[in-house]
Write a protein that binds this ligand. Sequence first.
Ligand code: PRP
Length: 208
Amino acid sequence: MKNNIVLALTKGRILRESLPLLADAGVEPAEPIDATRKLLLATNHEDIKLAILRGADVPTYVKYGAADLGIVGKDVLLEYGSEGLYEAADLGIACCRLMTAGIPNRVSNVGTLRVATKFVNITREYFGKKGKQIDIVKLYGALELAPLMDLADVIVDLVDTGDTLRANGLIPFEEILPISSRLIVNKASIRQKTPFLLPFIDSLAKLN
Ligand code: PRP
C-alpha cells in the first residue's frame, strides 16, 4: 500500500540545508531542485513527495493535512502560531538569531521607539515584556534599509553571519531568540500513517 507522504519544505536557506538531511535519510528529489520551477517534486522514494513553499505557508499546509510533514523556522512557528501542529524535532539547521539592530549611537532611550519588522507578534511581545512603548512598521523584506531611510529607529530581523547588517552600517543590539529549523507533523497523519511516518521522523530527527 502506498503511503503518499508529502513533506513541505521552506524555500531558500532552509531548503538548501534540508536536502543533505533528507539524503542521509535516503530521500532525494527526482530532479535537481535548482533546475525546475515545479513546486511539487517526486523523490527517489515512491511514497514521498516534496512541496516547495514560502516559510509562512508551511504550517498552514501541515495543519490542514495537505502536507504530512514540514520543515520550517522556529521564527515562523512563533510568529504565525503552531496550534494544531506537532513539533517533532529541532533539526539544528539554518541556525540564526532573531535580534534587534540599528544605527550605532542613534537610538534614544526616551519616547516611543519605531520598530520595523515582519515579525509583528514576536516584536510586540518582546517589547511589551520590557515595558517599552513602540510603534511597529510592518515590512516584508530588506529590513536593514528602514533605519537608513529614517523609516524606523530599530529593526527586528534574523541575523546569521551579520554581513547584511555590517554592509548597511547597522549593528546588532539585543538577541530576542535563538532560531533553528523544526520538523512539524500533522496530528492526524501521525495517527493514520504511524508505521511509515515514525521511522522516517526518527531518521530525520536523529541525524542532527
Ligand atoms: C535574511 C535576514 C537578513 C539576512 C541575515 O534575509 O532577513 O536580511 O538574511 O543574514 P546575514 O546575517 O548572514 O547577513 P533573507 O536573505 O532570508 O531575505 P529576506 O529579506 O526576504 O528575509
